[in-house]
Design a protein around this ligand. Structure first.
Ligand SMILES: [Zn+2]
Length: 379
């Protein structure tokens, strides 16, 4: 069944993504107090042309847009926002942390490079791979036009033109649902996608604050979302879907399977486990569709030749990088940051459930399983 977009006064506009095969969607909504644009795709002439053409079909122009609402701060959802707001005076709205999160995510200075280098080395990623990832980052810069201010910050629970605002952090700290209870549809951004498991992307924290546990947050948000009545869901990528619960369940079940796989391996890592990289169905790297951050594709740098370090003798702990190699033996440097995000997320989830414990050794994070016969309170 096709989504009844006319009933919802909604017009989807798709824009091709750079270096990826999927599209990103923005949505025009013409059923409320003003013409509203949900999300703003990429900062390209192509995206602008597609928006103008969609507006022309309705006899409108960009000047008629009165409000722009963002589902989150990622670059493929904010590209035209600044230009549109400047040229039309439209009210720019979103999660209160959109500008701050964008500043932390999309900065290309030495401080950001140092943070990323430190983070990945601290996960046990070999130095040459870390340098490849750091070198690759600026390639995405032309596609990033971050939002640096909002006209209106939307608090969790408040209403904007008939839509209830629901904060659902996880994939990003600013993920927000816009639920039109009366008309029976929702703008869902990248929080839930029908065929893709959104990546719990590692985040650079504000100075002096601990790094957020993206997947732990995401799981809590998914359980909250599951209980909502969303009606038809219009996502940031892919086709609309009319029942969000099977989608939420599939994502939760993917996380659970990864947890079980990782836990079984942590509890009994075979000595040759790092050599045994025969991929199973669950070994595919996280799909690029959910990779919401710079990923300049496969035409870039080759995978590292550096072999992972074997776990030290008498130590049953592993580094996040070793765990990532277990889950994603075929990851190349282009997807490594996302594979690390997914893996660290799973390790943090296991730790939050009391099933694994972390420690730091020589500046590198390590995870060990919590064994059942260990006395309580020892950790
Ligand atoms: Zn996206």
């Amino acid at each position: 069944m096709d989504a009844p977009t006319e009933t919802f006064h909604l017009q989807p506009i798709s824009v091709p993504m750079p270096f990826q095969s999927n599209d990103v969607y923005m949505y025009l909504y013409d059923g409320g107090e003003t013409l509203t644009l949900f999300d703003a795709a990429l900062p390209t002439d192509d995206a602008w042309d597609r928006l103008e053409r969609a507006l022309a079909e309705r006899g409108r122009t960009v000047r008629d847009i009165g409000r722009i609402i963002l589902t989150h701060h990622h670059f493929d959802h904010t590209g035209l926002a600044g230009r549109l707001a400047a040229e039309t005076g439209a009210e720019l709205c979103g999660h209160p942390e959109v500008a701050a999160a964008a500043a932390l995510t999309y900065t290309y200075d030495e401080a950001h490079t140092a943070w990323m280098r430190g983070l990945l080395l601290g996960f046990g990623v070999p130095e040459d791979l870390v340098e490849q990832i750091v070198a690759r980052r600026p390639l995405m810069k032309p596609f990033v036009h971050r939002v640096d201010r909002l006209d209106r910050a939307l608090a969790d629970g408040e209403m904007v033109d008939g839509f209830r605002v629901v904060h659902v952090p996880g994939h990003s700290p600013t993920d927000t649902l816009f639920v039109h209870e009366e008309l029976g549809f929702s703008i869902t951004g990248d929080h839930i996608l029908e065929h893709v498991t959104p990546n719990p992307i590692l985040r650079r924290p504000p100075v002096g604050q601990p790094r957020a546990r993206s997947l732990v947050e995401f799981e809590a948000s998914l359980r909250r979302t599951r209980a909502l009545e969303l009606g038809w869901c219009f996502p940031g990528h892919g086709k609309p879907f009319d029942d969000h619960r099977p989608v939420v369940d599939r994502i939760l079940s993917t996380h659970e399977k990864r947890s079980q796989r990782l836990l079984a391996w942590l509890r009994c890592p075979p000595p040759q486990s790092l050599e045994d990289t025969s991929p199973g169905p669950a070994d595919l790297p996280p799909s690029k569709g959910d990779l919401e951050t710079p990923s300049p594709g496969t035409a870039g740098l080759p995978p590292s030749k550096t072999a992972p370090l074997p776990p030290s003798k008498g130590d049953n702990s592993v580094t996040p990088y070793e765990a990532a190699l277990h889950l994603y033996p075929r990851m190349g440097s282009d997807l490594l940051f996302f594979c690390m995000s997914a893996t660290v997320g799973q390790l943090e989830l296991l730790e939050s459930q009391g099933l694994a414990v972390s420690s730091t050794k020589n500046g590198v994070l390590r995870y060990a399983p919590v064994t059942a016969n260990e006395p309580e309170g020892e950790r």
